[in-house]
Design a protein around this ligand. Structure first.
Ligand SMILES: [Zn+2]
Length: 134
């Protein structure tokens, strides 16, 4: 399964690393099968919410970035972690993404989204009223 993807520096932001398709991936194919490394005491920018707990998963899953128009979704697996499943056909070289808000009840680590998709919501946690904004 490993040959499906590759980890490289993030081509868009140049910051950090991201996960890319190493070859064409079919819809519904399991792109990444992650494993749980540990349960964290509270959420952080790397944690994923699973059954009310905040877990840290192994690489490369932990490196997958958010998109408001993702090409993967997450399904809980037998390793107390998540499988990343292709939502659609993914072309070689395309960045692997999922929508953080599909599993997180609250997103921390970033507030403004720069995923660049046509459907970008612009801000995370937008369902929570922003009491600070005038
Ligand atoms: Zn976005």
């Amino acid at each position: 399964m490993k040959e499906l993807i590759k980890v490289e520096s993030h081509g868009v932001s140049g910051v950090g690393r991201a996960v890319y398709a190493a070859k064409d991936i079919s819809k519904n194919e399991t792109v990444i099968r992650s494993r749980q490394l540990k349960i964290l005491p509270h959420r952080d920018k790397f944690s994923l919410e699973l059954k009310g707990k905040h877990i840290l998963i192994d690489q490369p899953g932990v490196l997958v970035n958010h998109s408001c128009q993702p090409n993967c979704y997450l399904v809980a697996n037998q390793y107390n972690a998540y499988d990343f499943i292709a939502l659609k056909e993914i072309s070689a070289g395309e960045e692997i993404t999922f929508d953080y808000e599909t599993i997180e009840s609250q997103v921390v680590g970033f507030n403004q989204c720069h995923c660049g998709s046509d459907l970008c919501r612009g801000a995370m946690n937008s369902q929570i009223p922003n009491l600070i904004e005038a």
